[in-house]
Design a protein around this ligand. Structure first.
Ligand code: SF4
Ligand code: FES
Length: 259
């Protein structure tokens, strides 16, 4: 069967202050080759033709790199497939006649703006607090001047794969952003360019994480399971280690020097 019918239960919420509710939609003639977002486009075409409000959802690249398209599909961030963003999830993974519940990410730090769209600016605030290196401007230095061992470079680049989607936060019973923050701290903290601010960075990013209302980590591991980029939970260990070092007298001296 090349086409299927799905019965959707979609969270509709007109504004942040609205109570919101699940609304049923039956969608016929869905190609199995469509992505989940293309299926929602079809639903919205039908709603617009009837003069109804289309379902608001976020998307941009639609190829798994921007992190915009996160939503809960049957209670799982980005849906049932491992290491797959919502935009890369295809309808061939759903049965004909299946009921699918679609909700926004649920977390204290991610207020719902409308329907399936949440405000993920809190993640940007964490990045803004310390997710950078300071480098002198001017022409780019010769790349081979800073040799980086391949295993270190690979660990750093694996962490840099984080697309900031927030699925880790949505999956965590504590609404913690430790995997996201750990990925950023690891990415920069492993490279030579990230060393001067390494301990200062971890302190300010963790403080910002708390300030933005994210919860703490109690080792559920759901974040790693939900992550479409399979960011390793070791990044959290690495961040915790740097955070402890930053609190030691030698760490405090290093932080003072980098200020
Ligand atoms: S760690 Fe994974 S789940 Fe969390 S924001 Fe980054 S890519 Fe998304
Ligand atoms: S729309 Fe960019 S990751 Fe899905």
């Amino acid at each position: 069967m090349s086409q299927i019918t799905v019965n959707l239960k979609v969270w509709r919420q007109a504004s942040p202050g609205d109570a919101g509710r699940l609304v049923d939609y039956r969608v016929d003639g869905i190609s199995r080759d469509m992505s989940f977002l293309e299926m929602l486009d079809v639903v919205n075409d039908g709603l617009i033709r009837k003069g109804d409000e289309p379902i608001a959802f976020d998307s941009d690249c639609r190829e798994g790199i921007c992190g915009a398209c996160g939503m809960m599909i049957d209670g799982i961030p980005h849906g049932p497939n491992r290491a797959t963003t919502t935009c890369q999830l295809h309808m061939r993974h759903f049965r004909d006649g299946q009921t699918v519940t679609i909700e926004p990410f649920r977390a204290r730090a991610f207020p719902v703006l409308r329907d399936l769209i949440v405000d993920r600016a809190a993640l940007d605030q964490i990045i803004e607090s310390g997710g950078f290196i300071s480098a002198n401007t001017g022409s780019a230095p010769e790349a081979n001047m800073i040799p980086i061992p391949k295993p270190v470079q690979e660990l750093s680049m694996d962490a840099a794969e984080c697309i900031g989607c927030g699925a880790c936060v949505a999956a965590c019973p504590n609404g913690s952003a430790m995997l996201f923050t750990g990925a950023k701290v690891t990415h920069l903290g492993l490279l030579p360019q990230g060393q001067p601010e390494r301990l200062r960075r971890v302190g300010v990013m963790v403080a910002r994480m708390d300030l933005e209302g994210f919860g703490g980590c109690t080792n559920f591991g759901e974040c790693h399971e939900a992550c479409p980029k399979e960011i390793s939970i070791d990044t959290i260990t690495r961040m915790n280690r740097d955070f402890l070092r930053a609190g030691l007298p030698s760490g405090r001296a290093a932080v003072a020097q980098s200020d």
